[in-house]
Ligand binder design. Structure first.
Ligand SMILES: Cc1cc2nc3c(=O)[nH]c(=O)nc-3n(C[C@H](O)[C@H](O)[C@H](O)COP(=O)(O)OP(=O)(O)OC[C@H]3O[C@@H](n4cnc5c(N)ncnc54)[C@H](O)[C@@H]3O)c2cc1C
Length: 340
């Protein structure tokens, strides 16, 4: 069966890998002209994340490419250190640069999937027996299923659920390549900045920033949350940030990898696969979502003071790390048996 995946970030290549192992023929269409290299560190924590990576045969490679986690240091505008967020709190069990992870998953799946770069879906027509798809550049094709793995601003989501808008949480976030220590931050009420990234509070609604937020050559997004009553319609469903995104701080990478295994396993089992996928992944992914903007860059002086106090107390309160671990492991993964 032919499955079209829109997006070659993290969820797309992970799903392509699993679909091929379960006997499907995946085609991945990525809007950018090549794999997008950018991003800071993302992390995996707990047995659900690690066991899927182990099953995929990439866990050792992830550990080999891991970063050296360091405390995040928050300075005021005068350069004085205000607080530190300990590495053990932010880095999970293994932390890897997002671009390295995306490449690793791409290389791991490329032999058994067709990748098309520099193209994107322009229309979908689901007639119940298959989905007719047109592309901006390529010839129209028909697929058995279509999966939107195209991130927070998912085009598949826009086509299938045109009314739905992610919930804006009042902050924007930008990442780019820069020299310097990305853990050494300057902060003031409403923003935090470090070499290579910037998070700031703003009341400009994402609808007015659509071009900037969807430009393929920069990772700039609103801090928003995708929480939909259902992420599937007929033969189309959503995975990763497209269906369950939380821009930063929602364990989006771990959730995407776990979801790829569950979605492919359920599709292989047949029947009402998307409903079973949603029933398992929905509560798990929603439980992982958070608002990192408010957490890292509170908008008032009092809020900043309270944040610094809380970070100072973290070493004495390891239960905070346990809360994240509980969320990351709050799923019982079914044992699917791949065809190969
Ligand atoms: C360049 C980049 C840098 C990032 N950096 C960080 C970071 O530093 N920290 C962090 O926590 N998270 C980061 N993220 C987000 C993080 O990767 C996701 O939250 C998480 O890993 C879930 O992955 P995903 O595959 O669902 O989404 P993403 O990783 O966002 O991947 C979506 C993919 O879909 C592609 N796409 C978008 N629109 C279309 C379309 N119309 N047709 C086809 N393809 C399309 C995008 O180019 C992208 O490759 C970054 C994402 C990107 C794209």
């Amino acid at each position: 069966m032919d499955v079209l995946i829109s997006g070659a970030g993290i969820a797309g290549p992970a799903l392509a890998y699993w679909l091929a192992r379960f006997g499907f023929s995946p085609v991945v269409v990525e809007r950018a002209p090549a794999l997008r290299p950018g991003g800071q560190a993302v992390d995996f924590r707990g047995e659900a994340h690690l066991s899927v990576l182990r099953h995929m045969g990439v866990l050792d490679a992830v550990f080999e490419a891991q970063t050296s986690p360091r405390d995040m240091v928050f300075r005021g505008l005068d350069g004085r250190v205000r607080s530190r967020l300990p590495a053990w709190f932010t880095a999970g069990e293994v932390e890897i640069r997002r671009g390295d992870l995306s490449r690793l998953l791409y290389e791991h799946s490329a032999a058994d999937a067709e990748y098309v770069f520099g193209d994107w879906i322009t229309s979908l027509h689901d007639d119940g027996a298959g989905v007719d798809v047109t592309f901006a550049h390529g010839q129209p094709r028909r697929f058995d299923f279509v999966i939107g793995a195209d991130g927070m601003r998912s085009a598949v989501r826009r086509l299938v659920f045109p009314e739905y808008r992610p919930t804006f949480q009042g902050y924007y976030f930008a990442i780019w390549d820069a020299d310097g220590d990305d853990r050494d931050m300057v902060c003031a009420p409403g923003y935090v900045a470090a070499p290579g990234w910037l998070m700031f509070k703003s009341s400009v609604p994402p609808e007015l920033m659509t071009d900037a937020l969807t430009a393929p050559d920069v990772y700039f997004d609103s801090i928003s949350r995708v929480r939909m009553p259902a992420v599937s319609s007929g033969r189309v469903t959503l995975i990763g940030d497209a269906g369950y995104g939380s821009t930063l701080g929602g364990m989006g990478t771990g959730v995407a990898v776990v979801s790829s295994y569950v979605l492919a396993g359920e599709m292989a089992a047949g029947g009402d696969a998307f409903a079973r996928y949603e029933a398992l992944i929905g509560p798990y992914a929603h439980g992982c979502q958070g608002n990192t903007g408010r957490f890292l860059a509170p908008s008032t002086r009092l809020g900043l003071w309270a944040r610094d106090r809380m970070f100072g107390l973290l070493p004495k309160m390891p239960m905070f790390a346990r809360v994240d671990m509980q969320r990351a492991t709050a799923i019982k993964l079914p044992e699917y048996v791949p065809a190969r």
